[in-house]
Design a protein around this ligand. Structure first.
Ligand code: IPD
Length: 269
């Protein structure tokens, strides 16, 4: 049985509170750069002690309030299950490479999925004290004010973020960037997929595309983009929840043009 609206509201409030709390920890540690060491999970895949520390905090807070919920974190894993209780998908620090290198562009990303729907999406940027928040069907806000995706309708006026990681391979990434640039769009990469999607919701970017992104990096941002009136492809249609997958999100007026330009194989529109 699905949880009721009041229980979902309680989870939304809890997600906002813990995102702020974990973000404050991450900010404090970020500003004290000698307090943590930096390592690698693989080539170009940064990890710091602070990722695990903040994930443990988020897991503890959410599961002490909602002990039956599932929890999957980027660092500690977990099982999503196919039905049953809702499951939290958490990236304690998205933009770890920025965090590790002293660049102040990273965030906490928390989503809740129930019965195949993203119900809650919360992204907190502690350096700018910006809380992006959405509940399915209730709109999206930035620090309490309603957000709206951009009104851009042509790619030659658009600024598109292209996400990159080592999983997709160089040729696939270069092909995607090439196809987007060929439309006349401007291309950026900021190093945080979650914030890239939050920026689409806020109208600061016109689109976000990536050949392969993990669920904890993008689910909160997908809900934010949709609730702000934007478009996001159907990430949960295939194996996105457990194995990640391709993603296109954008201002509503760019949907068809960006899907066509990105031309990502296996993407569910
Ligand atoms: C990465 C960032 C990056 C995106 C990658 C993610 P991390 O997450 O969001 O922008 O392109 O797909 O893996 O490692 O910073 O948590």
């Amino acid at each position: 049985m699905k949880i009721d609206s009041a229980s979902m509201h309680a989870r939304h409030l809890a997600a906002c509170a813990v995102a702020r709390e974990a973000g404050a920890v991450a900010k404090r540690r970020f500003l004290d750069r000698n307090s943590f060491t930096v390592g690698f999970k693989g080539p170009q895949d940064y990890i710091t002690e602070v990722d695990g520390e903040t994930e443990r905090l988020i897991r503890t807070r959410l599961l002490e309030s909602f002990p039956r919920d599932g929890f999957v974190g980027e660092e500690s894993g977990g099982a999503t299950g196919s039905a049953g209780p809702p499951v939290w998908l958490v990236d304690p620090i998205d933009g770890t490479s920025n965090f590790a290198r002293g660049a102040p562009h990273f965030c906490v990303s928390i989503a809740l999925v129930e019965a195949g729907e993203i119900e809650i999406g919360v992204i907190y940027d502690p350096m700018l004290d910006e809380l992006f928040s959405a509940r399915r069907g209730a709109g999206a806000t930035l620090n309490g004010c309603a957000m709206k995706a951009a009104g851009t309708s042509t790619l030659d006026r658009a600024m598109i973020e292209v996400g990159w990681n080592m999983r997709g391979g160089a040729q696939a990434f270069l092909g995607l960037v090439g196809r987007i640039i060929a439309t006349g769009a401007g291309v950026v990469r900021s190093g945080s997929g979650a914030l890239g999607l939050a920026y689409v919701a806020a109208g600061r970017r016109d689109g976000y595309v990536e050949n392969h992104i993990n669920a904890w990096d993008c689910l909160a941002g997908i809900l934010l983009a949709r609730e702000a009136g934007g478009y996001a492809s159907n990430f949960l249609a295939g194996e996105g929840l457990t194995g990640g997958g391709p993603l296109v999100a954008c201002a509503p007026g760019l949907r068809d043009a960006l899907l066509q330009a990105a031309a990502i194989e296996g993407l569910a529109p």
